[in-house]
Design a protein around this ligand. Sequence first.
Ligand code: UN1
Length: 496
Amino acid sequence: MPEKIKNFINGQWVDATGGKTFESRNPADYRDVIGIVPDSDEKDVNAAVKAARAAYPIWSAIPAPKRGEILYRAAEILAKRKQELGECVTREMGKVIAEGLGDVQEAIDISYYMAGEGRRLSGETVPSELANKDAKSVRVPIGVFGLITPWNFPIAIPSWKITPALIAGNTVVFKPAEETPVCATRFVEILEEAGLLPGVVNLVHGFGETAGEPMVRHPGVDAVAFTGSNEVGSRLAGICGTLQKHFMMETGGKNPIIIMDDADLNLAVEGALWGGFGTTGQRCTAASRLIVHQRIYDQFVKAFSKRAEDLVMGNGLDQRVQMGPVVSFAQQEKVLSYIEIGKREGAKLILGGKLYRRGKAALGTFIEPTIFVDVKPSMRIAKEEIFGPVVSILRVKNLHEAIKVANDVSFGLSAAIYSQNVNHTAIAERDLDVGLIYINASTIGAEVQLPFGGTKRTGLGPRDAGGRGGALDFYTKWKVIYRDFSGTLQKAQIDN
Ligand code: UN1
């Protein structure tokens, strides 16, 4: 029997007021219905915002270290339930179990990290230009946050947004991706068990147009954080700009790995496989472009494609499986259409390119690991985010050309270089226009204690993750306090 999933509003687990539902299914086996989920509308959003507004003065008045204790408890519960939650991620989203567990681990990490931030929410104290006067800045919460999260990290990304919002003293309305509502529900249940007061986090399931957008537009929502597609992100940015709401988004990448002729080739092949086909290519940080020095191009292509061909596909709950399905039929269609575009553009398909339907895989949405070679930087498959197991290989003459090609896209999330030459890696470090750079490591695997995000069309506003200088710069605002204890009227800029 599929589980009956509920919204969580003001501390109560409730159905959508309209009574409508939708299903969450396992992309490795569509017979497996995981949850029947509320299909919420504006009424549900209104109730959630009302609860979040009412809880705000109470929650924001609790000392931040005390708020941190709740996050610490949530981290402990997540750690205890890691296996079960990892299996939930794999079953609902399709990534292999090791990565499902990694998704949960990322939530554990940031919950501990943000718990600690409760004792470090620091501002500055600086001298005043006048005697007997002091000056300081303090971080204060903003109010009610509307959070919209994607399906590719169904526990980690909600945790990236909810935990800094909470530690800073804000309350939350959370609209998770409709593809992964059960994982989102598990995470909110854990926050409840950790001791959150009613109304501090409210969960509203449903779709973008009917639940997400009314939440973003609601006058009771002060700030919005979004991770997802660039099209939706830029529409929400427009709405929030007009309504003068704080807004941040993280939307995508076309992340390159540069492989130089002086690279450790085995290591580069491992990194390219992990970056290109890990999570079935469905990470914002996926290595979808390999920019390879001409001197080792043929050798690299041969070794890489051989390893990709041998990847074991199937249901990610099976420990032996190395690559799971894509998340949905819609995603499958999108990826297949990009494969057709690549062929039409004249790129050479050397591996995959088709649905994978062997045995039980026919019950899910699988696509073969796909490799295009002789890809030109101007081709759409070299420029647009595909979000599937499709890797484009480009040939370059030298480091200068490699960096130029790497930067020649509208995204700038992560980039990697494999080279044993310190001068090459230093130049890449300096000249790659991205938010995350990896030296002799793949483009994926950012850690929570540093800001996560990128340049150009990858994002807008402060970054996810990280503390001061990262997420806390979005979830707090500054208040500056001047205190004059001279007992006289002192005029700044005039009496000094
Ligand atoms: C994403 O793909 O949206 O760096 C997030 C990584 C992970 C997070 C990816 N820690 O690949």
